[in-house]
Structure formats: C-alpha cells, structure tokens
Design a protein around this ligand. Structure first.
Ligand code: BGC
Length: 483
C-alpha cells in the first residue's frame, strides 16, 4: 500500500473484510479517474518528440508554426478548465468526466488522422480542452470520494498519473523515433481515453455533489460503499451544514469568505509554473543538446529526469497524509531553489557545458525536478481540491486551474526568448529567485489540511475570512492541527 494515512480497522474478521472491500472501491475508483491525469501528462509531453518528425510534413513547418502546435494545447486547456468547473457544479462530476473523455478521444483521433496543418491545430485545441477539463475534474472527483485520512495520497494519484503520462510519452517518442510515426505518437492516447470513459461508467456520482443537490438518499447509498457504516450519517450532516452557510453562484465565489482561499489557489497556480517546471519538462533535451551533449545522452538524461519525477511523486504520496502538506511544500520548494541556483552556476562559464559542468547541470535539474515532485507538483492540485466551499468548489477550482494554464502558456512561449536575452544563468537564477518568493508566500498563507474532512476545512477557512471578527481568526498554517 503506497498511502501514508491509516484506513485500517482494529475490528474482527468481518470488519476487516468490509474494510478491505471499501479500500478496494476507494482506491480502484481513484485509479480509474486518474487515467485523466495520465492523458494530461501524455498529451502535454508527447509533442516535443513528435515535432521532430512533424516539422517535415505539410510542406515543412516554420518555428512559429511549430510553437503553435505546442502552445495551442495550453490555450485550449485554459478554456477547458473554465468550462469544466461550471459544468461539474451544474450537471455533476461524473457526466463532466464522461464528456471530457469523449473530447479526448475526438481530439486525439483528429490529430492522428489530420489531413492538414490547420486541422492539426484544431485537434490540439480540442485535446487542450480535455486536458484543462481533466486537470481539475480528476482531483475534484477523487477528493470528494476519498476518506479524509488518505485523501492526500489518493488525490495525488492524479499527479502520479501526470508524471507517468509524461514519462510514457518520452518513451513512446523514443520508441517510434526510427519510424518517425508522429501520427501514432498522438493516436496512442485514444486508448487510455476510451478506458477512462468505460471506467467512469462503472463509478458513482460524488456524494458531496449529491447532497448539495438535495439527493441525500443517493448520497447515502454512495457513501455506504466508500465509508464504514458509522461514518455515513455524520458526513452527510457535516456536508449539509456547510452548504446551509454558503450561497453558491458567482457572488459566493467572490464573497469575502471565499476570496482568501481563491487568492491562495491562484498564487499557488502561478508559482507552480513561474518557478520553471515546464521549461525542464518541455525543453530539457534541447537545452542539454544545445549545451554540447549528444542527442542520445540528452534523451537519456531526459528519461532519467522523467523517472525521478515519477519516483519522487510516489514518495510524496506516501508522505502527504503523514507529514502533512505544508512541510513537503516548503522543503520541496527549498530543494527546487537549490537546484535552480546550481543549474545557473553550471551555465556560468558559457552555454557550452563539458565534463564536470554538464554533470552539475544534469544533477541540478534532477534535484530540481525531484523536489518539485515531492512538493509543489502534487500539493498544488491537492490543495485546490480541498480549500474551496462545496457550493463553488468546481468554479473555484476552474479559476485556479485556468491561472495555472495561463502561467504555463506565458512561461512556455517566452522561455526561449528569455534564454537568448539573459542566458541560462540569468533564466535559472530568475526561477530560483521566484521560488524563494514562493516559499515566503507558502509559509505565510498556505493552510495545513491533513486528515481533516472537507466540510471541517471549509468551516475553518470561513473562520479565517476577513468577515470574521479578528479574535476568532486562525493564523496561517494552524488549520489542521486542531480537529
Ligand atoms: C504541472 C504540470 C507539469 C507536471 C510535471 C504538474 O503538476 O501542473 O504543468 O508539467 O506537474 O510533472
């Protein structure tokens, strides 16, 4: 079992059996839903390798045309994140994921069979819509089905799936390199998309959303599959109580009680991107190649970075429900800052790296990526599934995810220009500095949510809002220490 929290019971054999059935359903449901994360990772990762072969088609692509193939996915993702949150609040989590899986299949097949460059661009926007939608619906849906004690690990299966998706895309690109079959590189994603659709059909609607819609009998039936019998009624009551306090709609989203959480989510989203992760994920091979490494060493180093990304995410999943979110976030970010500064120093003597400096650069990028994977990577997507009131959870997650995709877009399209303007040392020091600013923000503003039920987190955040008299407010980071 890779989860850190405790779901076990101390009861007799019958209780233990019932518990293991519950665990199977909870973990199985989360794993199926996380296929959405796999698609997120695969579709964002596959393009770097596919471009190498794609660029000789359709009469040859210019640099700008290549950039469009990459970045239009990010534009689509912004729109997908915007639409999916409202949809998930209106029609439910399950139908929204089914629609997302359908859009994935359509987009991926369109890209694989595209007759022209223009249609390929349309396909990339469609895939982006689905990637953006799944980036928030997956953690949302898993988070609402998960028992509080293991929620951190379960929701972060999404991040694990993202990293596996990225790694698989590198390997597929590498494996298909000799045939140059970019259509298959894109098209293979149809498989997990179909599996996601079929898998979600076997799952139930989120109990939180059902209570919110007044469908308590159905919610109880769903919870009965996912909780011990004595946990069902208190959870329904707890959800009902927080709903009675919220108003819902756009007003609630911008209400003083929700604004602090909205701010934290958006800032974490921006920090997750402006500290440079995707410059490593998308550009590491070309960066190392340009710095003098042979193509195959650069690709190998890249696969190494991908493996560390997956491995450290597994470590995070084990720790999130034990140590809590804040320590991993803060220490992970500190490791990222050290990694970026070391990378900056490696590039200090010029852009051509040889011998020791190449090893330092690769080591620095590995340290940076591993530190991201244990902290800011999983914690951002986890926290935004935990800190918003149920009435506006989908819409609020939309805002945070959109901010993430927008920041990703800005960094991705400006990175190469920035690199030629201020060099590797300048760019990496900039990322290192921004990581320090991020750490300062995390220490001051990010709450601890370990082990608490979502309604309890919501009640606490309301108590911390500016509408609450100062004497009843909680300091940052304190949430979660008291039950
Ligand atoms: C980020 C992605 C990034 C991935 C890398 C995710 O948490 O949102 O932008 O590519 O982690 O593992």
């Amino acid at each position: 079992m890779i989860f850190g929290g405790d779901m076990r019971s101390s009861g007799g054999n019958g209780v233990a059996q019932a518990d293991s059935a519950i665990r199977r359903r909870v973990v199985g449901g989360a794993a199926i839903t996380a296929l959405g994360g796999l698609l997120f990772g695969y579709d964002t990762g596959v393009v770097s390798g596919a471009l190498l072969f794609l660029r000789h088609n359709f009469g040859g692509l210019s640099n700008i045309q290549e950039e469009l193939v990459t970045s239009l996915l990010l534009v689509g993702a912004m729109a997908g994140a915007l639409l999916a949150g409202r949809l998930a609040d209106r029609i439910g989590r399950k139908p929204t994921i089914l629609i997302t899986a359908t859009v994935f299949v359509v987009g991926v097949l369109l890209a694989a069979f595209t007759p022209s460059y223009a249609v390929l661009l349309v396909a990339r926007v469609i895939i982006g819509l689905a990637v953006g939608a799944s980036s928030l619906t997956v953690p949302l849906y898993i988070g609402e089905a998960a028992p509080p004690a293991v929620r951190g690990g379960l929701v972060s299966l999404n991040q694990l799936a993202i990293t596996i998706g990225i790694l698989v895309s590198y390997l597929v690109d590498y494996g298909l390199a000799s045939s140059g079959n970019w259509r298959l590189m894109f098209g293979l994603a149809a498989l997990p998309a179909v599996l996601l659709f079929i898998g979600i059909l076997t799952q139930h609607e989120s109990p939180h959303w059902l209570v919110e819609r007044g469908r308590e009998t159905e919610a109880r039936a769903v919870l009965a599959r996912l909780r011990r019998p004595d946990e069902v009624e208190p959870e329904v009551t707890e959800i009902r109580e927080v709903i009675s306090r919220g108003r819902g709609g756009l007003r609630e989203l911008l209400a003083a009680a929700v604004r602090p959480a909205l701010f934290v989510g958006v800032m974490m989203a921006v920090f997750q991107q402006v500290t440079g992760i995707n410059t490593v994920i998308y550009y590491a091979p070309s960066l190392l190649h340009d710095a003098g490494l042979g193509a195959s060493s650069a690709l190998l180093a890249n696969v190494g970075i991908g493996i560390v990304n997956v491995g450290m995410t597994i470590v995070a999943i084990r720790l999130l429900d034990r140590t809590g979110r804040r320590p991993l976030l803060i220490f992970g970010s500190a490791g990222m800052a050290v990694g970026m500064c070391a990378a900056a120093l490696a590039f200090l003597g010029g852009t051509h790296l040889s011998g020791g400096r190449a090893a330092v650069a690769i080591g620095a990028l590995v340290l940076y990526t591993g530190s991201f994977a244990i902290g800011l990577g999983p914690v951002f997507w986890l926290l935004i599934s935990e800190i918003y009131p149920l009435r506006v959870r989908g819409s609020a997650m939309s805002v945070a995810s959109m901010a993430n995709w927008a920041a990703n877009f800005v960094v991705t399209v400006s990175f190469l220009t920035l690199l030629s303007a201020i060099g590797g040392t300048g760019v990496f020091f900039l990322f290192g500095f921004l990581t320090l600013v991020a750490i300062w923000f995390f220490i001051r503003r990010v709450p601890e949510t370990k082990g608490r039920s979502l309604p309890a987190i919501e009640a606490d955040l309301r108590r911390r809002s500016p509408e609450t008299p100062p004497q009843q407010q909680l300091p940052p980071g304190q949430m979660g220490h008291a039950a």
